[in-house]
Design a protein around this ligand. Structure first.
Ligand SMILES: [Zn+2]
Length: 281
């Protein structure tokens, strides 16, 4: 594993370029990835827009004999993943931007982004990447899969260490779990996340993300077994003692869990608004 801030060769034709970004803690960087074959390259996730990002990405492209990328793929449209796009478009005007079709309304018109969906192929010379629909962290997240390398560039489907946040308004725990299943079914050797180190135990990182999420769900159900709770109450039971600045993220994550449990009729809403209270069925 390389130091944060230093580019790293992931495998033949793939370089990770960690770009400093304002991203939720504990992370400090968003990884851009450069993927290339036969001098044709793409950039996945241009990072949060800190100075020097386009230079670092250009350097990685040059190392793979690519003068100008064929396109820039956004795994999703959260700020820490797209903030660097303008600088790269200024450097490579007219380069194609691909974004998840379901998130096109979050793209600036000046990006002229083309909507892409699950199953879309992006060719790199004679190689081809396939996009895997991986919603859950965001509405329509996509992750490129390079079958010959058994590499999944995971975006925010999983983090290299710790867990990925799934919360309202964009998050959906049901679709997130289904996305983890879909990705694990590919049996990737390498999972290259947008935050944290590259994982070479690809399938394990996906199955442990699923286990973590199901454990959290079990914690929510246990907390409600102690009696009905409104959102604040539930947050205190599930995340005791977290600092006030983390309350909002924690509550929005709980709401994403509750949405799944409500849909499955395992929890009921006994109040009026989103604040609850909620109770076990
Ligand atoms: Zn992110």
């Amino acid at each position: 594993m390389s130091e944060p801030g230093h580019s790293e060769v992931v495998c033949d034709g793939v370089i990770r370029v960690p770009l400093r970004s304002r991203t939720p803690p504990p992370f400090t960087h968003t990884n851009a990835y450069v993927l290339a074959s036969e001098g044709v390259g793409v950039v996945v996730d241009p990072g949060g827009g800190e100075a020097g990002a386009a230079d670092a990405v250009a350097e990685a492209l040059a190392a793979l004999s690519v003068r100008e990328p064929k396109g820039i793929l956004l795994t999703h449209t959260h700020r820490d993943h797209v903030g660097g796009l303008e600088a790269m478009l200024a450097r490579w005007p007219g380069v194609q931007v691909w974004a998840p079709a379901g998130e096109l309304d979050r793209c600036e018109p000046s990006w002229r982004a083309l909507g892409v969906r699950h199953g879309r192929r992006l060719t790199l010379g004679s190689a081809a990447l396939t996009l895997v629909g991986t919603p859950g962290h965001s509405l329509d997240h996509v992750a490129p899969w390079w079958p010959e390398r058994r590499l999944l560039v995971a975006g925010d489907l999983v983090a290299g260490e710790g867990s990925m946040w799934v919360g309202l308004p964009d998050g959906d725990v049901s679709t997130y779990l289904a996305s983890l299943e879909r990705a694990a079914a590919l049996d990737p050797a390498i999972v290259a996340p947008a935050h944290g180190p590259v994982r070479r135990d690809g399938k394990t990182v996906l199955t442990s993300a699923r286990d973590h999420r199901l454990q959290r769900e079990a914690t929510v159900l246990e907390a409600l077994a102690r009696g009905p709770a409104d959102l604040e109450n539930l947050r205190e039971r599930v995340y005791p003692g977290i600092p006030p600045e983390a309350h909002d993220l924690a509550e929005r994550s709980l709401l994403a869990h509750l949405a799944k449990l409500l849909r499955e009729f395992r929890v009921m809403h006994v109040g009026e608004g989103a604040a609850g209270p909620y109770a076990r069925v």
